[in-house]
Write a new protein. Sequence first.
Length: 183
Amino acid sequence: MVEENAIVLELINAIRRIRLIVDFMIFIYGYPNSRLVTQILELFAFGFFILVYKSTLAASTLAASSYPLLLCPDSSSAILCAEVCKPFGQISYSIDRGELEISKREKDNIEKSHFKDCKVQSRNEWLCNKVRYDETRRVFNGYEVVQMANGVLSKQSFVFEKSQDIWKEVFQCSKVSFLDKKN
């Protein structure tokens, strides 16, 4: 919230500077001293800064919504995000209109996953799953389940790793904060 207020104050100061620049341009270039021309220029400048403000706010929100990713030994410890889970990387997510995008960072690797047709009860309660199936070879390659419940994002996957020729089961979790409240 403090960062957002600082951005708003910076935006207001930028608008004041634009007003001075517009007045200076009118004086230098001899545009007709029309209030309409001034208002149009101010409107364009204001729109530009609103666009910059929204993109800055979105970038800061994305950066702020990155949480520690933990690796767990089993499904129940992942759902609870228990003490036995160990730090593994970072995770961020966004859910919109029943679609989930997850970005996981493990060491220097970034992996993105997309889930469609999620069952969303609220911003804090949802469930997504994906079946991995090779249509051309008609082969089941695994599944992934991601859910948010009680401030815990948990992810379970059972996927065939072609490079290692093995089935790999992974349980991960992250404690997520809502409205600046840590769980």
